[in-house]
Design a protein around this ligand. Structure first.
Ligand code: 13P
Length: 248
């Protein structure tokens, strides 16, 4: 049985002082869960979040990174820096980064390799637009994103990767994919992993993301191929996020 992994993505929200407030309440609310809990916070919050998560079951992730170790890349953060801070996870290829910051399948692949080199576990985001869904090319597009992201990644490396299926039309819109539709795409992703790597596909965590809240988490996370969620807006509030983490 695969474990359930629920990650919050705070996006560009909360300052270090808000981290303190959040971490005063949140770890206590989820200390009794067997599900894995991750908080992906802005770069400026990482130090405090890592410090305040010590001794709790909350793991900390970043939301992006550069693929180089160091150099003249003004404003960027390297995988080595994240590793030095004891950050454990990093979101790679979120649709907002693909849309607003020119991330491509190629940079996603480079970032995954760089993250793994520095002992960071990537949460790799894929997902189709509404136009692609309506044109009936969701399967082709999403499995293509998965294939391109994983170029030259070995089976052992794959085991450290989480895939997050986030249909773009469901992000921040209040429109959740139906549990059946979400599960169908997660199944297609697993079939693609099986075609590429064999039965290890059954061990890989595939999350759903897009307007997950405490009222729909259980329905989604109990589906056969959905192993938890990547949660945006609803991860900003400790009580609400803890209900999602403890959906079962
Ligand atoms: P919302 O949960 O706010 O729809 O965001 C989903 C998301 O993009 C998480 O990465």
């Amino acid at each position: 049985m695969r474990r359930k992994v629920i990650a919050g993505n705070w996006k560009m929200n909360k300052s270090p002082k808000d981290v303190e407030e959040f971490m005063e309440r949140f770890p206590g609310l989820v200390s009794d869960t067997e599900n894995e809990v991750i908080l992906c916070v802005p770069f400026i919050d990482l130090c405090k979040a890592v410090k305040l998560s010590k001794g709790t079951n909350v793991k900390i992730g970043a939301q992006n990174m550069h693929f180089k170790d160091s150099g003249a890349y003004t404003g960027e953060i390297s995988p080595k820096m994240l590793n030095d801070l004891n950050v454990e996870y990093v979101i790679i290829g979120h649709s907002e980064r693909r849309e607003y910051f020119n991330e491509t399948d190629e940079t996603v692949n480079l970032k995954i390799k760089a993250a793994l080199t520095h002992d960071l576990k990537p949460i790799v985001c894929v997902g189709e637009t509404l136009e692609q869904r309506e044109a009936g090319i969701t399967k082709e597009f999403v499995t293509g994103q998965v294939r391109n992201a994983l170029k030259e990644i070995t089976e052992d490396e794959l085991k450290k990767i989480i895939i997050a299926y986030e249909p773009i039309w469901a992000i921040g819109t209040g429109k959740t994919a139906s549990k059946e539709d979400a599960n169908e795409v997660c199944k297609w992703i697993r079939e693609e992993l099986r075609a590429l790597y064999g039965d290890v596909a059954d061990e890989i965590i595939i999350q759903y993301g897009g307007s997950v809240k405490s009222s729909n988490a259980k329905d989604l996370f109990e589906m056969s191929d959905i192993d938890g969620g990547l949660v945006g807006g609803a991860s900003l509030e400790p009580e609400e996020f803890s209900k999602i983490v403890k959906y079962n």
